[in-house]
Design a protein around this ligand. Structure first.
Ligand SMILES: Cc1ncc(COP(=O)(O)O)c(C=O)c1O
Length: 359
């Protein structure tokens, strides 16, 4: 599904915890003077050389939890996140132009980690992982990705395109259900590092139960597991991943694009007050479509009450995700019928805004 060897992928923890441990691990590497083309960095030897404190490059449309975790990891190493979390801005409020990532790398030679999503959570813009990884490496930085919005929907080749590490969840396109366990990728060339959040479940498997007081990391991505995995949150993957494998990620992607093409065409044709905030080119969009409307919050509540499972993302986005394994073209048509009916009748005006919570 993500283009990795079995040793490079493991389930464990949650996305946010996996960001903590992976960003922490690779910051430690940078501070120790290691990293792509970073031999010139002074070895830390217990004292960090402030002039080479590594920065992490992110973007302003990221899922907020990523920034919280990265800021925390910088802080814990005595690095000021206000200075060293470098944020690429969006030109249009919906997407990130890859040229702006490259320009930020040109402008700042302290970037040690480029951390980007594979697909943006709000607009659904799909990033060019290979291009970003190449730019990061050329700048002497690691390339890490949050693949929450593409793993299981879009084929990836993390190993082949040089990704250093990545995280994703299994409760979106991997269909393991709410609260299901997280997953991560660490390229084989980094196996053997000591994770920032070390725990006994990441210990070398052959000797894990010898209960030694010293930690020997597993020689695989398994080292980034921490404690006992929540088996009830992992078990559904046995079924869901098998189904995805049987369907085939390329066929799922083809159907997903056909479903979202159909949705976009219907919206263009029938919903004049709704705009599509997702890029239209196939290569630039993931599996969901962002419908923009000034009353997006009320609209999403009205749709939910009519049995249409969408969600609202402030300020004006209703995310519609026709998951390929089980959504039909007739379902897409029904959703557009419902949106049209709600907006034409004004039914959404009966709903309050600002109640918060998960939608
Ligand atoms: C892109 C992205 N990153 C991170 C997270 C946080 O995931 P978790 O709550 O599993 O830590 C989410 C949650 O939806 C997300 O969509």
């Amino acid at each position: 599904l993500v283009g990795a060897t079995p040793d490079e992928v493991v389930v464990g923890n949650s996305i946010t915890v996996n960001i903590h441990t992976l960003i922490g691990t690779f910051l430690d590497e940078l501070l120790a003077g290691n990293g792509p083309e970073r031999e010139e960095m002074a070895r830390a030897d217990g004292e960090w050389d402030r002039s080479v404190e590594p920065a992490v490059l992110v973007n302003e449309l990221d899922f907020p939890s990523d920034h919280y975790a990265i800021r925390a990891q910088l802080r814990q190493r005595g690095i000021d996140p206000d200075e060293k979390l470098r944020v690429v801005e969006s030109r249009d409020g919906r997407t990130i132009d890859p040229r702006d990532i490259e320009a930020a790398l040109e402008a700042h030679d302290d970037v040690g980690i480029v951390w980007m999503p594979t697909a943006l959570y709000r607009s659904g813009q799909l990033f060019d992982v290979e291009r970003i990884a190449a730019a990061a490496h050329e700048a002497g930085a690691y390339a890490g990705f949050d693949a929450a919005h593409s793993a299981g929907a879009v084929p990836h080749a993390f190993g082949d395109v040089g990704v250093d590490f990545a995280v994703w969840c299994t409760y979106k396109y991997l269909n393991a259900g709410p609260g299901a366990i997280g997953a991560l990728f660490v390229a084989e060339r980094h196996h053997g590092l000591t994770p920032a959040l070390a725990g006994w479940w990441g210990h070398e498997k052959a000797t894990q139960f010898e209960m030694r007081m010293t930690y020997t990391p597993a020689d695989s991505a398994g080292a980034w597991q921490i404690g006992t995995p929540p088996l009830l949150a992992a078990a559904p993957l046995e079924g869901s991943v098998e189904l995805l494998r049987e369907a085939g990620i390329d066929r799922l992607r083809a159907k997903s694009l056909a479903l979202t093409d159909f949705l976009i065409a219907l919206v263009d044709d029938r919903l004049p007050d709704v705009s599509v905030g997702t890029p239209r080119e196939h290569g630039a969009r993931g599996g969901h479509v962002a419908l923009e409307h000034p009353e997006a919050e009320r609209l999403s509540k009205a749709l939910t009450d009519r049995g249409v499972v969408v969600d609202f993302r402030p300020p004006n986005v209703v995310r519609v995700c026709p998951a390929a394994p089980y959504t039909s073209f007739a379902d897409v048509l029904d959703v557009v019928d419902e949106i049209e009916a709600v907006l034409e009748s004004g039914a959404h005006e009966a709903y309050a805004t600002g109640a918060g919570g998960v939608t």
